[in-house]
Design a protein around this ligand. Structure first.
Ligand code: C2E
Ligand code: CA
Ligand code: CA
Length: 647
């Protein structure tokens, strides 16, 4: 039993797979030089034997050995070129036959010279050769112990047998010594084999692991489809295999209402929906196509198609497959998909442009409404689409009452009282939710909508401020575009008159970008309004050129130090020194210095110590709707009266 496990382990087919076995067999064919050297030595010995003796048995065996040596060499040359493609067992068998024959013949010829007592020195030569060959070959072929030990036995056992048969002290000792050599060398061979096999096994395991990891890294866990990383890889392969007269179609899908499913039914159901979609897409995708999940609820199919019509059929089939109702966990779920399609080479010569095209087309499809399929068309650029969309929606938003103005208090750091509010616009989009001004103000500026929007904001802000106590002012942000528009100053003065607000209570916040190109016009605008009493604040100071020249040249009453000097990654000694310098200048020129973005008491204390007179930030309050602003004011005045009464 034990013997079986030992030999099963070393000799039999224990190798867990063919590739380890193949590697071990390959060791037989490496180093052909050592094989050739052994064969040459054998041929030399046999030729010598044939010359020295006329013993027929020795001569015949010698001739056979020489023929075997040459035959093995020829066979090795013949097998070697295609060795990698041949079955490991064929290679091993071919080697075995030659090796065993050769080993046995070398042992036999040695034994025959021992038996013929007339040939003195030749005995030494042939026995030494057989022995050295047997030991050497078993070390060389340790990768296949069955062959190694077999060769050792075949070359040495004839010597032992003949030694015992002839008898006599010298031959008995020789036979005994050989016997121990057999055991010793066999044990060394097994040791070498074990080490070799462990190493090959380890290398094999890590190779397989690496392969699995690569596979894993390219697969999406939820759907089992190719993921983003794998998509690139697959697309390159598809492109390389694309035939001359075919096109590569990319269908980029984005599920409709998936977010609703996720939010209302939970992520586990969401995952099932994704898996189901994956299954359906796979079923409609043509053979050889790549179906990938591009993250979230986006999927991509890349396939080789005959023509545009073929890609249209494919797109419709995919869309219909997804629109069929699903039944998951007893629930009926209806989803659909928006889709963008682009073709290579029609819409672009490479994968990057193909993706851009499909992405743009998808964007277009989504804007057009749910369930739409759009094909790429050169007039589509994301920027244009987005601009158009915001432009159209923004104009409507003003009439639809989707916009409102929030107010963020600006606090006097010496008294803690509210000195003014900054008007900040908010857009509550019925589908997109709350949109930040940073998203739509730039578009409004580019398209000119900001003029209508700005006028509306100023008018609303002025009306609200008119309700507040006399000493509280309102700050309104102005875009350069608004200022450059004809009649800008007049528009603001009209808004003030309509609201019945004293111009002194309006402060316009502008940024340095205003002064970059049209100084003369800006100067006129500011002069006109300043003459009426309107004041100006330089906003986001420290982010642009931070040129003190503007402060001298234009009538600013306030500088707002950008919040990056108060919080964020770059604050420290340097930013503190800058705030101090600005604050010092402010006090010399009789200007207020506002620190923006104050979120903690430490920041408040720091900017106060640095000499800022006003502060604004979440520490005091976020921007709030008008009724809340009024409440804040009322509460403050109430507290003030109580404090006065108490003292
Ligand atoms: P801004 O003029 O620098 O306005 C200050 C921004 O900082 C506001 O963001 C405000 O909500 C935010 N903020 C205030 N305190 C804190 C704080 O403690 N921490 C942090 N992290 N942020 C704080 P919002 O309302 O998103 O406005 C962004 C920008 O959009 C404004 O920057 C302004 O440039 C522009 N904007 C807003 N409303 C209008 C408007 O009515 N007209 C024009 N032309 N631009 C506007
Ligand atoms: Ca501002
Ligand atoms: Ca600012």
């Amino acid at each position: 039993m034990r013997l079986k496990t030992i030999f099963g382990g070393y000799i039999g087919g224990d190798e867990r797979d063919e590739s380890v076995r193949r590697k071990l067999v390959e060791t037989l064919y490496t180093q052909p030089l050592s094989l050739a050297a052994g064969a040459l030595a054998g041929i030399a010995c046999c030729v010598t034997a044939m010359i020295v003796t006329d013993n027929r048995a020795i001569t015949v065996t010698s001739v056979l050995l020489i023929v075997t040596a040459i035959a093995r060499f020829v066979v090795a040359l013949w097998l070697a070129p295609g060795a990698r493609r041949r079955d490991a067992r064929t290679l091993e068998f071919a080697y075995e036959i030659g090796a065993f024959t050769y080993a046995f013949l070398s042992g036999l010829v040695a034994a025959l010279t021992m038996y013929d007592t007339t040939i003195g020195h030749l005995q030494t030569l042939m026995v030494a050769y057989a022995l050295v060959y047997g030991v050497g070959i078993s070390a060389r072929n340790a990768g296949r112990p069955f062959i190694a030990i077999g060769q050792l036995l075949l070359s040495v056992v004839p010597i032992i047998v003949v030694g015992i048969y002839i008898g006599g002290a010298v031959f008995y000792v020789l036979a005994g010594t050989m016997f121990f050599v057999l055991f010793g060398v066999a044990s060394i061979t097994f040791n070498v084999f074990r080490t070799l096999k462990e190493q090959i096994n380890a290398a094999e395991t890590s190779r397989r692991l690496a392969e699995q990891m690569r596979e894993f890294a390219r697969t999406d866990v939820v759907t089992g489809l190719t993921n983003r990383g794998g998509l690139n890889h697959d697309m390159v392969e598809l492109l390389m295999a694309l035939e001359e007269d075919r096109k590569l179609a990319m269908l980029w899908l984005d599920l409709d209402r998936f977010k609703e499913v996720n939010d209302t039914l939970g992520h586990p159901v969401g995952d099932k929906v994704l898996s189901e979609v994956a299954k359906r897409l796979r079923s409609v995708a043509p053979e050889g196509a790549c179906v990938a999940r591009f993250g979230g609820d986006e999927f991509i199919i890349v396939a080789s198609v005959e023509d545009r019509a073929h890609s249209e059929r494919l797109a419709r089939a995919a869309s219909e497959a997804i629109s069929r109702p699903m039944r998951l966990d007893g629930q009926r779920i209806d989803t659909g998909t928006s889709m963008g399609v682009a073709l290579l080479p029609d819409d672009g010569p490479d994968i990057d442009t193909l993706m851009q095209g499909a992405d743009l087309a998808l964007y277009h499809a989504k804007v057009a409404g749910r369930g739409q399929i759009c094909f790429f068309d050169t007039s589509m650029t994301r920027h244009l689409v987005r601009k158009k969309e915001i432009e159209v929606e923004l104009r409507a938003a003003i009439h639809r009452d989707e916009l409102s103005i929030f107010f963020q208090p600006i606090i006097d750091l010496a008294t803690g009282r509210i000195r003014s509010f900054e008007a900040l616009v908010r857009w509550f989009h019925p589908e997109k939710g709350e949109l930040k001004p940073d998203e739509f103000i730039p578009v409004a500026e580019e398209t000119g909508v900001i003029i209508t929007l700005g006028n509306w904001i100023t008018a609303q802000a002025a009306k609200t401020c008119a309700q507040w106590p006399e000493d509280v002012t309102i700050a309104v942000n102005l875009s350069p575009v608004q200022i450059r528009a004809p009649g800008a100053a007049l528009g603001i003065l009209t808004a003030l008159r309509d609201a019945g607000l004293d111009p002194k209570r309006l402060e316009l916040e502008v940024t340095e970008s205003l002064f970059i190109d049209d100084n003369a016009h800006t100067a006129r605008f500011m002069e006109e309004l300043s003459n009426e009493g309107v004041r100006f604040a330089l906003d986001d100071f420290g982010t642009g050129y931070s040129s003190l020249g503007y402060i001298n040249k234009f009538p600013f009453s306030k500088i707002k130090v950008d919040r990056s000097f108060v919080s964020g990654p770059n604050i420290g000694k340097k930013s503190d020194a800058i705030i101090r310098a600005v604050a010092e200048m402010g006090s010399t020129l009789d200007m207020d210095i506002v620190a923006e973005g104050l979120e903690t008491i430490e920041q408040v204390q720091a900017v106060r110590n640095a000499g800022c007179t006003l502060g604004q930030g979440y520490y005091f309050s976020r921007a709030v709707p008008d009724y809340m602003a009024a409440m804040l004011l009322a509460q403050e005045r109430n507290d003030g009266r109580e404090a006065r009464l108490a003292s």
